[in-house]
Design a protein around this ligand. Structure first.
Ligand code: AMP
Length: 420
């Protein structure tokens, strides 16, 4: 597999799939968080400083056909500011002007193509009317797949080299994230720096972890995290569970959880996880106390109880002080830490203390030499809110993609370049 750092892009046109799916201000359409744009800069800079030219393609949002509010135009000034140079913009990606602009691109120049999802074939899923027969469904799917190949082939014709640096969409088998790689020779496709560092961080945790290895899982539901938990039970020394999913585990063991979040159909699964952890000698830590609210509101009355003694009518909204101490101790004695999901309803100030404390404990452990990987939109938001991003080892840019990779799944965007 070719590595971007070893490749000389001099005089070469390269098409790069980036993840510029950035949040925009609803009124002004200005980019409100440019983390993803900054993530793609090392790859773009490497190509232009070698003397190559760059064609950038990305999606933004989930448009249905061409919709101006999903235009990538607002990205342009931000990108120009970071690169310190003019960036060309094609207001389409398959039309004649896009092809002509790509063909005319000179060494050192950068061209941004309009949102690739303005074409439904990028995602490759047919939009079907109701009441279609199975036959019709099959035919529509096949037609869409053929169109997806055409899109990939057309975009591939703009360049000699394909680089995928869009980690956030690596779990999607889309035209520009996976299919396009088939239209280049094997020695002309590679990952960009962002995907390489994401893979290195995840592989270090999954396959090369120093022990003790602690995984901290939080967030709303057990069902979203079950595959990851199962995969991690084969690897970790400690598994900390917090957040909304706590209460399914507590109820499964006969505890009282009041009105707390609970997945009634996952009680057996929770017991199985507890059993499996024992079998594998994984120490599984659940909250010992719980900060409860009398309603799901920042203005709620609050009360701390044992985590298995939440009063009727109350809901567990955050971990309590004793739990913060317990979890922090485990984290501080770890050499590898993976964190996915908040410890409570951290969007509400009153219930954000547990999540903040865990973020700080992870930063502390990192300063003492632990390797820490943070993934999932909400834990990343908590790290950023507490200005701790440069105090942990790696903050992943891909929520869903990271989750799937860590579950042990093959990501189409990764397989397309690296093989199985
Ligand atoms: P996830 O996307 O699964 O990581 O879940 C994140 C969401 O879980 C956040 O919006 C939190 O507010 C929510 N959450 C965390 N703890 C609780 C809790 N105790 N009760 C209800 N929701 C929670």
């Amino acid at each position: 597999m070719k590595m971007i750092q070893d490749f000389n892009f001099k005089g070469i046109k390269t098409i790069v799939r980036v993840d510029f799916n950035v949040p925009l201000d609803k009124k002004t359409f200005e980019v409100t968080d440019d983390t993803r744009i900054r993530g793609a800069l090392p790859t773009i800079r490497k190509i232009i400083s070698d003397g190559g030219s760059v064609i950038l393609m990305s999606h933004l949002g989930r448009p249905e056909g061409r919709m101006e509010k999903y235009s990538l135009k607002p990205v342009l000034p931000v990108l120009e500011k970071h690169l310190g140079q003019k960036v060309l913009f094609a207001d389409d990606c398959l039309g004649e002007s896009a092809a002509a602009m790509a063909a005319a691109l000179k060494p050192g120049e950068v061209l941004l193509l309009e949102n690739v999802r303005f074409y439904p074939e990028e995602e490759g899923k047919p939009v079907l009317p109701e009441n279609v027969t199975e036959e019709e469904k099959k035919a529509a799917k096949a037609e869409m797949k053929a169109k997806q190949k055409e899109l990939a082939k057309k975009l591939a014709s703009y360049a000699e080299v394909y680089v995928n640096d869009a980690f956030g969409t690596a779990h999607r088998a889309h035209g520009t994230t996976a299919v396009i790689a088939d239209y280049f020779p094997k020695d002309k496709i590679m990952f960009g720096f962002l995907i390489n560092s994401e893979l290195a961080a995840m592989d270090r945790v999954l396959n090369n972890a120093q022990h003790p290895f602690t995984a901290i899982m939080g967030g709303a539901k057990v069902s979203d995290k079950i595959l990851l938990i199962e995969n991690l039970l084969n690897r970790v020394d400690n598994l900390i569970i917090g957040g909304g999913m706590t209460y399914t585990f507590i109820k499964a063991q006969g505890g009282k959880i009041g009105k707390s979040l609970c997945e009634e159909d996952k009680l057996d699964l929770a017991l199985k996880i507890l059993e499996k952890a024992k079998e594998k000698n994984v120490r599984l830590y659940l909250p010992v106390d719980s900060l409860n609210g009398d309603r799901f509101d920042n203005e709620a009355a609050t009360k701390i109880t044992a985590a298995d003694a939440v009063d009727d009518g109350w809901l567990g909204m955050d971990i309590g002080e004793k739990t913060i101490e317990l979890f922090s101790d485990v984290i501080k004695n770890s050499k590898t830490i993976l964190w996915n999901g908040p410890m409570g309803v951290f969007e509400m100030e009153k219930f954000s203390k547990g999540t903040t404390a865990i973020a700080k404990a992870i930063a502390d452990a990192t300063s003492k030499g632990a390797f820490s990987l943070i993934g999932g939109g909400d834990s990343v938001a908590a790290i950023n809110k507490n200005k701790l991003a440069d105090k942990v080892s790696y903050v992943s840019t891909g929520g869903g993609a990271m989750l799937e990779y860590m579950e042990g799944k093959k990501l189409p965007g990764i397989v397309a370049i690296r093989g199985e």
